[in-house]
Design a protein around this ligand. Structure first.
Ligand SMILES: [Zn+2]
Ligand SMILES: [Zn+2]
Length: 396
């Protein structure tokens, strides 16, 4: 089994720290238990140079590794801003490429049309169909995955500038889209409610803008394939070998509910509809969240289960749980001390979250934290829903 996180960012992406290097990604991927990471940001010339000097391809597998054996695949994300059917659209796409030659060609093509050197996630003025066409012209094995498909501002189905279907966005290029990223604020169960999405596979990645283990790998896709680009690509395209996904509780995501962060309003779709999506405090339109948007497009009832879909599990990052129990900030010494003790004993975070023996856990960190880790393993931690850019909160 390959635990992968293929949507991350590097130090040249806006808002990311200078320390977000391949070396630190490698270090924390091992601590987190992520077998295969995306490089992120391969369109950025300096980051691409950093990728090439830090990683070597394993044979001609399309998988790259560091000297100590952390595996990477070449990935990036682009932001398309365009107008379609009289509306301004913003769609983020994750891009996968099979080797550095292909990435070189992608960067040549994009660099001639637009600037690619100012942000790890550049903005292009192309429609999604035009961009798909451009990539197909370079290499048929380039894969585009609509990123965090439901987020209000940049998701393909987002409430602010999104579309109602893949077809509406990609037109005749829809056939090149095989998977969507569910994003943190939705999970597979929510996506199953839309029958049109039966034709695509659901993947999950973190979109981490830092290497900290409460960001990287918080969502992940587990592949049961050979470790090579072609096999991973085939799993994404056909679903065969797509074993399962790791999700956070969708309530933990920043856009699950509808609301206004500054007005302290965070409400369910039912309540929001009653208020005609208008903020009761400031009178402006609310930011319609992912749950409400899913309900708008759903043609199946809540609780519908799609047959033969890959399994998924809901996991809250370990640091969050420790921070909650200790009532301390997530990045504090106190929290790290307990975190490191667990990693020391069980090897990596995924192993703590998924497999660690209950009795051993209890002896190491006490009953309260042990209970919460076990509850988390079965997706039983309650969450107060997030909205309008604010994360959801654990409730104990
Ligand atoms: Zn991203
Ligand atoms: Zn308001």
């Amino acid at each position: 089994m390959i635990i992968s996180d293929l949507h991350i960012h590097g130090s040249y992406s806006r808002g990311c720290s200078k320390d977000l290097t391949i070396q630190n990604l490698e270090k924390y991927a091992k601590i987190k238990g992520v077998d295969l990471l995306g490089t992120g940001d391969f369109t950025h010339p300096k980051w691409f140079a950093h990728i090439k000097e830090s990683l070597n391809e394993i044979g001609s597998s399309g998988i790259y590794e560091t000297k100590t054996g952390q595996r990477f695949m070449l990935t990036t994300e682009v932001s398309l801003i365009f107008s379609q059917e009289g509306r301004g659209r913003r769609v983020h796409l994750v891009v996968l490429a099979k080797n550095t030659d292909v990435v070189g060609q992608i960067n040549d093509v994009l660099g001639k049309k637009w600037r690619i050197d100012y942000d790890g996630r550049p903005i292009f003025g192309a429609t999604a169909a035009e961009f798909a066409d451009l990539m197909q012209g370079i290499d048929k094995d380039i894969e585009l995955i609509p990123a965090h498909a439901w987020t209000p501002w940049f998701g393909i189905f987002g409430s602010m500038s999104g579309f109602d279907s893949l077809q509406e966005c990609f037109g005749e290029k829809t056939k090149h889209i095989h998977a969507i990223e569910t994003g943190m604020s939705s999970d597979p169960e929510m996506n199953w409610r839309i029958s049109k999405l039966d034709s695509v596979n659901l993947v999950s990645f973190s979109d981490a803008h830092s290497f900290w283990p409460w960001r990287m790998g918080r969502e992940a896709t587990v592949f049961d394939t050979k470790l090579e680009y072609e096999s991973i690509l085939n799993a994404i395209r056909t679903g065969k070998g797509l074993n399962s996904t790791v999700e956070v509780d969708p309530g933990y995501g920043k856009y699950h509910f509808t609301g206004h962060r500054n007005c302290g309003i965070c409400i369910s779709p039912q309540e929001s509809r009653k208020m005609k999506n208008i903020c009761p405090k400031c009178g402006k339109p609310l930011t319609v969240g992912v749950l409400q948007r899913v309900e708008e497009l759903a043609d199946r009832p809540e609780g519908f289960v799609l047959k033969n879909a890959p399994a998924f599990r809901k996991l809250i990052p370990l640091s969050e749980i420790i921070a909650k129990i200790l009532n301390a900030g997530i990045a504090t010494k106190k929290v790290w001390e307990v975190y490191n003790r667990l990693i020391g004993e069980f090897g990596n975070e995924m192993n703590v979250l998924l497999n660690a023996d209950e009795q051993k856990l209890k002896n190491l960190v006490g009953e309260k934290l042990c209970d919460l880790i076990i509850k988390n393993r079965f997706g039983r931690i309650k969450i107060k829903e997030g909205c309008d850019g604010e994360y959801g909160q654990l409730v104990i």
